[in-house]
Design a protein around this ligand. Structure first.
Ligand code: ATP
Ligand code: MG
Length: 424
């Protein structure tokens, strides 16, 4: 398998101010093309460190990505480091210079000589125009392979990768990459160890197939790759489908809310949310998808008991009798928000996110999720693990999954027969 390395530059990546996001993105995108990212070296904004890191990466791999340090400030040293390492001159790229001038003009900014420096490229490099920012990237072919230089801001890094570099790499490897597409399975509601326990008796992973798991609260991504050829990849994919069935919400890397977007559009249906412990996170996630106005009508964050009573019509006596974190309250929140917004579906959450507030009967992580349609309401109870943000994430994911299951006709029509919900 072809390998690649990343050299990430920036003091902020070492001082803890910024999390390095490029390795993750690059690793998964290259994996799609059958290229393995084998190392990420992070160095500060220091010329000799950058030179040294790129030199040793090139010694090991024929493909090196360098990110960051292409801007106009004195700590942006990547261009100079590469010129020194490769023994090549820096030249001004006229097209980039023109774009920089136009961009500065459009934003009413004064063009300085340091800004113009961003148009400098290594002699002989192919210029990769920046789809969302100023500094161009570069593709530099060298004796030992190829160096890609990309800007540091994540949005710029990602769009340059997607618009220039990946198409170039796929064109280069031609039909080979297309012959063995990787298999991706997004799974909700089954934990990693459960997945392994279900797959192992089926002889998983088969010879020649690599399986990678990536878990986040409420979801696991399974990815298949390998040299076994299309037939064995398809056989492995079939085993996953048989064992995990409806827990698979997508066979591409998309979020649950993106999956719901498709389901809520055809046939069209609307949803409203009543959130307590998730504090608006569900609304945020649903509205992160472009076009969500077609199916999301709105939501109420009802944190205090009074808000649940006044805004959602939850009965005060049920709050007193069962507590805010309870089956009847989750149900009434879902029904209340559905009818107030006149939506097809109402989704609700109420739970104890912690770290305080737990009791023996209802420990931290206890959550009730409600879903109401025009006729029925389903409530599921869970016990989620982890910190406060974790519990919120889990709750959010499992509520969206409950709606997905309803939309796919996977819930029992008679809610009293519904057996979902469990300890996690
Ligand atoms: P600029 O023109 O903005 O200076 P640049 O190409 O010089 O771009 P840097 O100066 O290294 O890039 O970084 C710019 C911004 O991008 C910073 O806010 C930095 O925190 C962020 N950034 C850089 N590298 C990474 C990374 N690996 N992961 C996440 N964010 C990053
Ligand atoms: Mg910079």
């Amino acid at each position: 398998m072809e390998t690649a390395e990343l050299v990430s530059t920036g003091n902020e990546l070492l001082s803890g101010r910024t999390v390095n996001r490029h390795a993750r993105l690059l690793g998964s995108r290259l994996g799609d093309l059958g290229i393995r990212l084998v190392r990420d070296t992070t160095v500060g904004d220091d010329l000799s460190s950058i030179v040294e890191a790129v030199r040793s990466a090139l010694d090991r791999s024929g493909m090196v990505f360098v990110s960051g340090g292409l801007g106009p400030t004195p700590d942006d040293l990547t261009r100079d480091a590469l010129a020194a390492l490769l023994g090549r001159r820096l030249v001004t790229d006229p097209v980039s210079l023109q774009r920089i001038r136009e961009r500065y003009e459009a934003f009413n900014r004064r063009l300085t000589s340091s800004a113009e420096r961003q148009a400098c490229i290594i002699q002989g490099a192919a210029v990769l125009q920046n789809p969302v920012g100023v500094a161009p990237g570069q593709r530099i072919e060298v004796d030992r392979g190829v160096i890609f230089v990309l800007p540091g801001p994540p949005a710029e890094f990602e769009s340059m990768l997607d618009e220039h570099i990946l198409p170039w790499l796929s064109a280069r490897s031609g039909a080979e990459a297309a012959r063995t597409p990787p298999g991706i399975f997004m799974v909700c509601g089954v934990g990693e160890s459960d997945i392994v326990a279900r797959l192992e008796p089926r002889g998983f992973p088969p010879e020649g197939i690599d399986v990678a798991f990536c878990a986040a609260p409420g979801r696991v991504e399974i990815r298949l790759s390998g040299s076994g050829g299309t037939a064995s990849l398809q056989a492995a994919a079939q085993v996953i489908r048989e064992e995990l069935g409806e827990a698979i919400f997508a066979e591409e890397r998309i979020s649950m809310e993106a999956c719901l977007a498709g389901l809520l559009s055809d046939p069209p249906a609307t949803v409203a949310t009543a959130e307590s412990c998730t504090g608006g996170l569900i609304g945020h996630r649903i509205t992160s998808v472009a076009g969500s106005s077609r199916y999301y009508v709105g939501g109420i964050v009802a944190y205090a008991n009074e808000a649940k009573i006044k805004l959602l019509g939850v009965r005060a006596e049920d709050l007193n009798r069962y507590g805010a974190v309870s089956e009847p309250v989750a149900r009434q929140m879902a029904e209340g928000v559905r009818s107030r917004f006149d939506a097809e579906f109402g989704l609700s959450t109420t739970g104890i996110a912690g770290p305080d507030g737990g009791t023996v009967e209802k420990p931290v992580g206890t959550v009730f999720i409600g879903l109401a349609d025009r006729e029925h309401a389903w409530v599921r109870s869970f016990r989620f693990p982890g910190s406060r943000p974790n519990v919120k994430e889990w709750t959010c994911q499992m509520s969206l999954d409950l709606l997905r299951r309803r939309l796919l006709g996977l819930l029992a029509e008679d809610p009293s027969a519904d057996r979902g919900g469990a300890e996690r």
